[in-house]
Design a protein around this ligand. Sequence first.
Ligand code: BEZ
Ligand code: FE
Length: 309
Amino acid sequence: MIDHLLKTSPIANLMDKIAGLDQPGGDPRLKQIVERIMGDLFNTIEDFDVTPAEFWTAVSYLTDVGKSDEGGLLAAGLGFEHFLDLRIDEQERVAGLEGGTPRTIEGPLWIADAPIEKGEVRLDQDPEVGEVLFMHGQVRDTDGNPVPHAIVDVWHANTKGGYSFFDKSQTPFNLRRQIETDAEGRYRFRSILPCGYGVPPGGPTHTLLSAIGRHGNRPAHIHFFVSAPGYRKLTTQINIAGDEYLHDDFAFATRDELIPGVTRNQDPEAMRQAGLNSPFTEITFDFAIHRETASVPDTVVVRDHAKAA
Ligand code: BEZ
Ligand code: FE
């Protein structure tokens, strides 16, 4: 290893040139960020004596991540998405925003424009055999007042851990709906219990996680965006208690307040009343959302999303 190469003035000049700092044009903040990232990467190469072959393996790897459209998976698996959540949590704490349902990551599998429905909404539209799930609750503000006509945008995986649109064996919008709450802020839906998601075997995310001794599994979960005019958008999930990955999520999204009680109902009369002849699961979960406030950054995250045609 050549010691202190990075501290020599030719390299310092090179860093400035790489980041465009010696040029008048361009975005000054971006220049500083590029300089920091490049400095950190050059230091990593130096400190670990990274060989040219290792470097080009990394370049091929990033090319594969792009080609496989796994940027969102890798970002979650490397903890970036959770870290961004922790930063907003901290900004809210400093601004004095208390209470409210905790946020957790969106993940890369939401699709815009799921059908908007009211009343008892049915999410499962494909003929898949799974345990029936009824989930219901209320959307309230952090003072406990109901939020009528809020939108609870819900999406989850099927019993194989696959998401419609990305899993072409499912019909578009299977297990995805936007539910409008009633005059008391209540929502209710019927679906099937999801299974946990796993990153595609053999894909670049799986390859990196395996190489560092990790798995790419998530516990069974259900995603939500909860929004209403005048309120901060909430991005969150609930986890299904009892899952083997409940506290070992590769995307670091589990939060204790997001593990509601799960009731398995085997009572024949309850089954009859629900129009079923097999046991079913019930979950009650209320959401508390914050009123919009100018003192903290917006919670609407702008990112690329797939769009069902
Ligand atoms: C998911 O929510 O299913 C998910 C989150 C992060 C990465 C991949 C999948
Ligand atoms: Fe998910």
